[in-house]
Design a protein around this ligand. Structure first.
Ligand code: NAP
Length: 316
């Protein structure tokens, strides 16, 4: 923020940071409340749904809809009512006084009376080139979103925490076999979740093993896995690969200014989207590590816009 001159900076009543389902729903509601919100799209316009294919669990789309198409429709709906959608990433924020100060792309100063944080979370991936290439084509970080595509097929989950256990158990509803690949010889997940996984007849755990490559031309058809104790390398033929090694909320830019939990998720006051800073509201996956669904993100986005609007009225 140093060296940025805020005199003459663009002024907005409401700035919304992030354009996943939460941010775009907040944008729609804020726009319809005549607040003309400026909405900064960030590094991944449309959010995590951009990397999924069919979305079958968003109400109102009985035949499903492609993730990117759905987000385009969210955008159009918000823009129709005057949301000002902008390319650009908010790279720093100063909430110490009002109006709040934001910097976009490290150079453009913007000030805002109220801020809605909808920066989402990012699934952690192993970091393999083919994992990235086949994302949405057999590689996924969301069994709830994509599990149903693997009916009667074999799939693998990597990870040893509660998320991996949940993903594996969910996948047993569809897949004929679920491999859980873990880099150590013990899970870190809660005992009850471990027990469910370990006793499930469809699940086979592959201990002390890492995934070193994802195979497949257009769709995943296998994994290369390596036993870290013996050095043995083999191919595991699977059609689905679910990465469940954790999510990270995109909240670093706010530093200590907003209260967060130990995982970095913004803490909101009960039954609201109020954060620890008056005038800053948080919604979607940046504050929710439990549900993490498009529809719940949209719901809290709506709440954030309503909270912001009422708060602004209270300031007048
Ligand atoms: P997590 O607890 O941090 O577990 C991540 C897992 O991924 C660990 O087993 C870790 O292995 C493994 N891992 C990390 N990086 C890896 C890599 N590069 N390659 C291979 N494996 C890797 O994350 P989480 O499971 O998403 O859970 C996050 C938090 O949410 C936890 O507090 C969890 O209890 C909570 N949660 C709760 C529920 C529930 O209660 N129903 C559901 C989901 C999540 P190591 O074990 O070797 O480190």
């Amino acid at each position: 923020m140093e060296g940025i001159d805020f005199a003459g900076a663009e002024y907005h009543k409401v700035v919304i940071i992030g354009t996943g389902p939460a941010g775009l729903t907040a944008a729609l509601y804020a726009a319809r409340a005549n607040l003309a919100p400026a909405v900064f799209q960030g590094p991944e316009p449309g959010g995590q749904l951009i990397t999924t294919t069919d979305v079958e669990n968003y109400p109102g789309f009985p035949d499903g809809i492609m993730g990117p198409q759905m987000m385009e429709q969210f955008e159009q709906q918000a823009a129709r009512f005057g949301a000002d959608l902008r390319y650009g990433t908010v790279t720093s924020a100063d909430f110490s006084e009002r109006p709040f100060r934001l910097v976009v792309d490290e150079e453009t100063p913007v000030v805002a009376e109220a801020v809605v944080v909808s920066t989402g979370a990012s699934a952690q991936y192993i970091g393999l080139e083919n994992e990235r290439r086949l994302l949405g084509h057999g590689v996924s970080a969301c069994a709830t979103c994509d599990g149903a595509f693997f009916r009667d097929q074999e799939v693998a989950v990597v990870g040893g925490g509660d998320t991996a256990m949940e993903e594996a158990l969910f996948l047993t509803r569809f897949a004929s076999r679920v491999y859980v690949i873990h880099r150590r010889d013990a899970f870190r997940a809660s005992q009850i979740m471990q027990d469910r996984v370990l006793s499930h007849e469809k699940v086979e755990v592959i201990w002390n093993t890492t995934v070193t490559d994802v195979l497949g031309d257009k769709e995943v058809d296998g994994l290369v896995i390596e036993n870290v104790e013996t050095g043995d390398v083999r191919t595991l033929p699977v059609q689905g690969f679910f990465v469940a090694i954790g999510h990270k909320p995109n909240t670093e830019i706010f530093g200590e200014q907003l209260k967060k939990n130990e995982m970095g998720y913004i803490i909101t006051k009960p039954d609201s989207t109020y954060t620890s800073v008056e005038g800053v509201f948080a919604c979607g996956d940046a504050q929710d590590h439990v549900y993490r669904q498009a529809v719940t993100a949209a719901g809290t986005g709506c709440m954030a816009a309503i909270d912001a609007e009422r708060w602004l009225v209270g300031q007048e």
